[in-house]
Design a protein around this ligand. Sequence first.
Ligand code: GTP
Ligand code: MG
Length: 217
Amino acid sequence: MQFSSSAMAADENFDYLFKIILIGDSNVGKTCVVRHFTSGVYTEAQQNTIGVDFTVRALEINGKKVKMQVWDTAGQERFRTITQSYYRSAHAAIIAYDLTRRSTFESVPHWIHEIEKYGAANLVIMLIGNKCDMWEKRHVLFEDACTLAEKYGLLAVLETSAKESKNIDEVFVLMAKELMARHSLPLYGEGTLGSLPLDSSPVLTAPGPRKQSQCTC
Ligand SMILES: Nc1nc2c(ncn2[C@@H]2O[C@H](COP(=O)(O)OP(=O)(O)OP(=O)(O)O)[C@@H](O)[C@H]2O)c(=O)[nH]1
Ligand SMILES: [Mg+2]
């Protein structure tokens, strides 16, 4: 497991601490998504993740400091035993697929079952279809992802591009808001939920050739 420098330099003062596990098949772009979220950069050539990488970013939402610990897991089968051990302590899971590779979308139910098996009972799950910049090579319709999300009661589906900075922050902010709403007491600090509405209704948005649109499913 590797610790990023931003993790070392993390601010100790925060109102909420959330652990998010990022899972999905190999090469769907999990590491690129996390790197973009934590450092704002996109690096084309990535090495496959070995085991689990840990990184962190602090967000400010509704005047509260929210620390997002992101556990970026290896998609390769040979690391499955290691990655499974990180599910238990996570508050939420983001399942990523590559919308240009249908097989990675067809694996999503498998990842959901992994969460059900190894994660906490009330884990919040979000689905992201990455590489939406390659819309001309799309092999997964956004509507299909919506249908799957509704079937499994997932929080939301967003299509993202780490390469073109689409919807990356939105994924984590949406997740943070949902977790803030669900956790009646902050894990650390003395913040209260106050004005935060409890909103678990699905938010299903796709960027790309058509504008940000609500799913009609
Ligand atoms: N076009 C495009 N390519 C991307 C995007 N995100 C990642 N990639 C590419 O996809 C490949 C895999 O990215 P990674 O982030 O290493 O994939 P991963 O899911 O972390 O893979 P594992 O660590 O093996 O599980 C790399 O060559 C990236 O450059 C994106 O948004 N658009
Ligand atoms: Mg990776």
